[in-house]
Design a protein around this ligand. Structure first.
Ligand SMILES: Cc1ncc(COP(=O)(O)O)c(C=O)c1O
Length: 365
């Protein structure tokens, strides 16, 4: 009898299953501790809006009913707020799912996808899932090298992914750079601006990519409720793209992809005027605190436009990770991104940031 290894699609053999690292529960059980400071996944430490929690509670008894497949109310609310047509919006189970749909809708075997190295894991996954070639362009000075990415794109390029801000490095590409890039890339490919962290950006040169959507440029913009809106556990995000591109994504979308609780929680979060400012203010204060600590410790870091910081610890990152974990703090190792002496740390609450810094001081002393 043939085993699954022989039956598998050839391209699937290239997919390395996503490794989330140890869960807080696993770390607590292993170390016999009661609390873990999890600064590993760029989650929002403040948690969801109370209005979202209330909306989930109200929706819970309706859980036997399939959700609205079109996410009608949420789509209309987003369209009004973003000043785009509702037909340009596609809601998914996280923006990850929209990335997946971009692959399903547009990528044939043998096409290629262009993105920066180090990549966000799902870009690599999408390329491999679709039997496409991944064309990874090395980042330069911790930023996307858009000139090199435009040069790397050719007539087989279907999608170009730009993580802006760039996970894991925290940098952005600017409006001027994006304008030049859009002129330089082949007309046959779709430029995907992955803006999972855009609410945290305070650099005024950040591009207005929704203007590109309104102009029907060959692009898609991805946003999420996982970060500033703190709904990562409910899995909800969305894409905004010109109607022909959005229409193709809707063709491949699963009928009931987004849970009712996620839809109402997202809507309630949008209507909470305090949710984003509160998250952004905490992030800004945490960033300044961490910068100051890193400066005092003589550690190099990349100034960030997101809710995480990439910092050079100067020792083996896996060892640093291990030592921090033993002190109840989890982060991401830089090794997985090709930076063996760096770590990526999510900006937490003031208390979490202090816990992390005192653990890091101990580890590096
Ligand atoms: C660059 C980037 N894009 C997309 C996502 C996916 O977010 P979601 O939770 O909406 O699937 C993340 C999550 O960490 C991310 O870092």
């Amino acid at each position: 009898m043939a085993n699954a290894e022989e039956l598998k699609r050839e391209t699937i053999k290239r997919i390395v299953p996503y490794s989330p690292g140890k869960s807080s529960a696993e770390v607590m059980a292993e170390l016999g501790i009661e609390k873990v400071t999890k600064l590993a996944s760029n989650e929002n430490p403040l948690g969801p809006s109370p209005l979202a929690v209330e909306a989930i509670r109200e929706m819970a008894p309706q859980s036997h009913i399939y959700p609205d497949p079109q996410c009608t109310e949420l789509t209309e609310e987003l369209a009004a707020r973003l000043e785009v047509e509702p037909e340009t919006i596609v809601v998914g189970r996280g923006s990850d799912e929209i990335l997946h749909y971009l692959g399903l809708a547009f990528v044939d075997p043998g096409d290629n996808l262009v993105f920066s190295d180090p990549p966000f894991a799902i870009y690599l996954y999408t390329a491999r899932l679709m039997a496409a070639e991944e064309v990874m362009v090395p980042s330069r000075d911790f930023r996307h090298d858009l000139e090199a990415m435009a040069e790397a794109a050719n007539e087989r390029t279907k999608l170009i992914f730009i993580s802006n801000p760039y996970n894991p490095l925290g940098t952005i590409v600017t409006a001027d750079e994006v304008a030049a890039f859009m002129d330089a890339v082949p007309e046959t490919c779709i430029v995907v601006f992955d803006e999972a962290y855009f609410e945290y950006v305070d650099d005024p040169s950040y591009p207005d990519t929704l203007a590109l959507v309104r102009d029907n440029a060959r692009c898609a913009v991805l946003r999420t409720f996982s970060k500033a809106y703190a709904l990562a556990g409910l899995r909800i995000g969305y894409g905004i793209a010109p109607p022909d591109i959005a229409g193709a994504l809707k063709q491949v979308r699963e009928p009931f992809n987004v849970a009712s609780t996620a839809q109402v929680a997202a809507l309630a979060s949008l209507r909470d005027p305090e949710q984003v400012p509160r998250s952004v203010a905490n992030n800004r204060a945490g960033k300044q605190y961490l910068y100051k600590q890193f400066d005092e410790m003589g550690l190099q870091y990349i100034p960030t436009q997101a809710n995480f910081i990439f910092v050079e610890v100067g020792i083996d990152s896996a060892e640093c990770f291990d030592q921090l974990m033993r002190r109840g703090v989890t982060v991401r190792t830089g090794e997985i991104f090709g930076y063996p002496k760096w770590i990526r740390v999510t900006i937490g609450t003031p208390e979490e940031n202090e816990t992390f810094i005192s653990a890091l001081r101990e580890v590096l002393s």
